[in-house]
Design a protein around this ligand. Structure first.
Ligand code: DHB
Ligand code: FE
Length: 288
């Protein structure tokens, strides 16, 4: 049966993708950031997922304001990097798994999470930047990727609690798939940031640290944050963090933080990364 083996929370700052694409990793501004990715990149090699379910938001790249879905699950066998105005990122195409996607959609809908499904969808920086963070610059991504897209850009976004429960339903869906595959779940976005208006440039490291601190053992506390809490404490785009709660919901209560990295500033915000192991995952047995 399929197994959830690990979880990752990561910001998906577009400038990080551009820095990687233009080989700026060793410039003084970027060096400490890319250095912070190192241990996570080593760790994910051990985790060796067959499939990553990558939870992200589209930033009006694949979807316009004509169609705003709350939750969209990719159902395709491939996804191209989106053109966000300066040409698509020169990163590998994502290879999906339409059989697994079909199973996930059926399980989620029968579990009363009414997913929209995308048979064709280009993926923007929200999806491709976390792949760069974790896998650097390979000729092909080392595993299949199923994108799960969440509306966080237009009110009313789903609540954090709804997202956490979607994560739980996602775990049930994964664990009922008969193939023996290892699945990692990535939740992306955040952390605190505001890209517009009077408070543009807002970063709240204290809020970000507290969010990461609570993720392992106190995630239900985080599910109580409402839209106004996010707006007030973490700026207008901090709401992207609800996607980390889907990831956390998909892990077991026993999941353990194995790595954390936080760096301010990166572009208009801070960069946050957190990795979780499932205690009974094969890579945990191998390392004793
Ligand atoms: C920025 C953009 C994002 O979509 C995001 O999630 C974080 C930061 C930025 O432009 O800095
Ligand atoms: Fe974003």
């Amino acid at each position: 049966m399929a197994k959830v083996v690990a979880g990752v929370g990561s910001s998906h700052i577009p400038a990080l993708g551009a820095a990687s694409d233009h080989n700026k990793q060793n410039e003084p501004y970027w060096q400490p950031v890319f250095e912070g990715f190192g241990p996570a990149r080593e760790w994910i090699k051990d985790v060796a997922p067959d499939v990553v379910i990558l939870i992200y938001n589209d930033h009006a790249s694949a979807f316009s304001v004509e169609l705003i879905n709350t939750f969209v699950l990719g159902a395709a066998d491939e996804y191209d990097p989106a053109d966000e105005g300066y040409g698509p990122r020169q990163v590998p195409q994502l290879i999906g798994d339409s059989d697994f996607s079909s199973h996930l959609i059926e399980s989620l809908v029968l579990d009363e999470f009414d997913m929209a499904l995308a048979n064709e969808m280009d993926v923007d920086h929200g999806c491709t930047v976390p792949l760069t963070v974790m896998f650097d610059k390979p000729d092909a991504w080392p595993c299949k990727v199923i994108p799960l897209c969440v509306n966080v850009i237009k009110y009313p976004q789903p609540t954090g609690n709804r997202c956490y429960n979607l994560g739980k339903a996602l775990r049930k869906a994964i664990e009922s798939y008969p193939e023996d595959i290892k699945v990692a779940v990535f939740g992306t976005g955040g952390m605190s940031h505001q890209l517009q208006g009077e408070r543009a440039g807002l970063v709240n490291p204290e809020f970000d640290k507290n969010f990461m601190d609570k993720l392992q053992n106190d995630a239900t506390e985080l599910t109580k944050l409402n839209h106004t809490d996010y707006l007030r404490e973490s700026g207008s785009e901090g709401i992207e963090l609800i996607m980390w709660l889907i990831m956390r919901g998909a892990l077991s209560d026993d999941a353990k933080e194995s790595y954390r990295f936080y760096h301010v500033p990166v572009s208009n915000t801070g960069y946050g990364l957190i990795c979780f192991d499932e205690p009974d995952a094969p890579h945990m047995q191998a390392s004793g």
